[in-house]
Design a protein around this ligand. Structure first.
Ligand code: AMP
Length: 611
């Protein structure tokens, strides 16, 4: 192991061994630097005392900080919340009241995040020696930037990293070209062209690739789906040495032309032989025979993709879920990257921000006793080193960039310690019920969308009796499924109801599908229309009485009839089976939902609309 890797591991040991001291120093530093901000003066009257902070500064959600962020976006000084100049706004995939969240970021956040990223390879090297040799086929994407009214750039945390000077320098250094994707292809904000070129480059380097990955498992499956639909094209490009004319981006064409310098029919035939097999089981190992593992987040909502990844790798490549990060703050790393997917734990790095925790339950019982927007008494929170094994917590962060006691919304369970730093299993995002890619749909969003669609049924004398939903990840791409039980007014006989379902107006239900989609938040619509990572929404109409049977099912499983509420999202397989066995008709959205432009339109007006 080289000196740089050893240093990184030593630093992890130091930070985790002194987690309490590191955390205390972080909070002291934040308070010293930011005590004169309008936000902290309001609660601490200029004090820099940590006890005062804990007693007086409220635990908040995005709603409370949004007005400050909005003022800064409109041109007021960063000193409203931080002593450092805010250099950009980070757009999170989370939403608040259906609108995207924008989080403040300062210059030094980039160094903190680069430090975080620099730990990944040294950790991996302990388990897979020589991991930094050979090539990585890691799919990166950059979203088109928009600007806040004051001119500050607004982008995602990953776009920021990829467009940073540091990354650019690395990417342009010919001695450091260990990623298969050409930098120009990564920077192309037309996702389909970027993806096409990145896959083609990965195929061209197939014999050198040692690790393959993408930020989230859903992205990797999208890669496979594009490959499945386009392998003939890829082979053709390699065979002729000419890039498909569908790629019109000049930068992409220029970087790919160096890779496709001459026709190579032999190599094209090799790939064609593999891709034309009847089953794609294990295709990843066949196309990239030297790959040692797959690097991608497979925890939380991404766990639903594990079976598909296991299928495409024939269970021969370990799935490595190595980072836990958010737009607010990069959070934790997995110190045992080759562990079983069900044992993945993230050790929060105590120097990334100041962490506190809202206790949710004791001894492994998760009591969601604090609502998403409930006031949390200041003295309820516990520090990083005070969390207890087996217990569940909601994460609260305080950052240098102006978030104070901010509820990230993630529910975590302590499953171990590394030195003094706790290791957390990621349980869920509070209240998110459907998520296939980076979109996160909560119960409220879904309900609002259903209410709009429901109105379309009224003129037909049709009533929506009950509904639930399911994120179907078995299709490519995954799509939302709504189970609807509907009632036709004026006819109570079951036979009539069934006959009416059979005669349902397809257009009416298709209109309902699209109405739901157009009411879902902008991130969903981006995934649907721009990223194509979510497919058309489906409504499955079930026969009368199905939801009663569903209730019986849950009561049989131990639910209390007094507390029973139809779950708005179905996870247990038994319940799904039950619902599917009662489906009488199924309808899909006939087109892409409208108004999903914020990431692709470069204008301050757009920013105003989405703020
Ligand atoms: P964003 O702010 O858009 O970057 O989304 C951050 C959120 O994604 C986190 O708060 C988590 O809810 C989720 N997330 C990030 N990393 C992981 C992970 N390793 N496992 C599960 N969920 C994750």
């Amino acid at each position: 192991m080289d000196g740089k890797n050893k240093e990184a591991l030593k630093e992890i040991e130091r930070l985790t061994a002194k987690a309490d001291e590191v955390q205390e120093n972080i909070l002291k530093e934040i308070l010293t630097q930011n005590s004169a901000t309008e936000y902290l003066i309001k609660y601490m009257k200029g004090s820099k005392n940590m006890l005062e902070f804990k007693q007086s500064v409220p635990v908040i959600t995005y709603k409370a900080i949004r007005p400050y962020i909005q003022r800064i976006a409109n041109g007021e000084d960063s000193s409203l919340i931080t002593s450092h100049p805010i250099t950009e706004m980070i757009r999170s995939s989370g939403t608040s009241e259906g609108k995207p969240k924008f989080l403040p970021s300062i210059e030094e956040d980039l160094d903190r995040n680069m430090f975080f990223i620099s730990l990944i390879t040294p950790i991996m090297n302990q388990y897979v020696p020589g991991v930094d040799e050979g090539k990585h086929m890691y799919f990166f994407f950059v979203n088109k930037e928009i600007s806040a009214p004051c001119g500050l750039p607004v982008r995602t945390a990953s776009s920021r990293l990829l467009q940073s000077k540091h990354f650019k320098r690395q990417a342009r250094d010919p001695s450091n070209d260990n990623n298969t994707s050409p930098y120009q292809a990564i920077l192309c904000s037309d996702i389909s062209q970027s993806l096409y070129c990145q896959i083609l480059a990965g195929l061209i380097h197939r014999h050198q690739v040692q690790r393959l990955g993408a930020a989230f498992a859903s992205i990797l499956l999208q890669v496979i789906s594009v490959l499945e639909r386009n392998w003939v094209r890829f082979c053709n490009d390699i065979r002729t040495g000419q890039l498909d004319l569908m790629i019109t981006d000049l930068e992409c064409r220029s970087c790919m032309s160096t890779l496709l310098s001459s026709p190579d029919p032999c190599f094209a035939n090799e790939i064609e032989n593999i891709c034309s097999r009847a089953s794609w089981k294990g295709i990843l190992c066949q196309l990239w025979p030297r790959a040692k593992f797959i690097e991608t987040v497979i925890t939380g909502s991404m766990a639903q993709y594990i079976p598909a990844l296991e299928f495409y790798s024939d269970e021969k490549l370990p799935l490595v879920s190595n980072v836990y990060a958010s737009s607010e703050c990069f959070l934790g790393v997995n110190l045992k990257p080759l562990c079983d997917p069900s044992d993945v734990a993230y050790t929060l790095l105590p120097n990334m921000g100041y962490f506190e925790f809202i206790p949710l339950g004791e001894d492994g019982t998760m009591l969601m006793n604090v609502g998403e927007e409930d006031d949390v008494p200041n003295d309820k929170l516990v520090d990083l080193v005070q969390v207890r094994l087996g217990c569940y917590y909601e994460l609260v962060v305080t950052t240098f960039a102006g978030l104070y006691r901010y509820r990230v919304g993630d529910v975590l369970q302590v499953i171990g310690f590394h030195n003094r730093a706790p290791q957390f299993r990621y349980i869920c995002r509070r209240n998110v019920i459907l998520s296939l890619d980076t979109e996160k749909t909560n119960e409220e969003d879904l309900q609002k969308s259903i209410n709009v669609a429901k109105k379309l049924l009224e003129p037909y004398n049709v009533l929506l009796v009950d509904y639930t939903s399911y994120a179907d990840a078995s299709t490519m791409p995954g799509h939302y499924v709504l189970y609807w039980e509907i009632l036709f007014h004026g006819s109570s006989k079951a036979d009539d109801q069934l006959a009416n379902i059979a005669a349902l107006d397809e257009k009416m239900l298709q209109e309902c599908c699209i109405a739901v989609e157009e009411e879902l938040d902008f991130k969903y619509r981006i995934c649907r229309t721009h990223n194509k990572s979510v497919g058309p929404l489906e409504i499955r109409v079930v026969e009368p009485g199905t939801f009663e049977e569903l209730m019986d099912f849950f009561i049989d499983q131990g639910a209390s009839i007094n507390q029973y509420k139809t779950p708005r999202c179905i996870k247990p397989e038994g319940a799904l089976k039950l619902l599917n066995s009662h489906v009488k008709a199924s309808f899909f959205s006939p087109r892409d939902p409208k108004a999903a432009t914020p990431t692709i339109v470069d204008s301050t007006n757009v920013y105003n609309v989405i703020m």
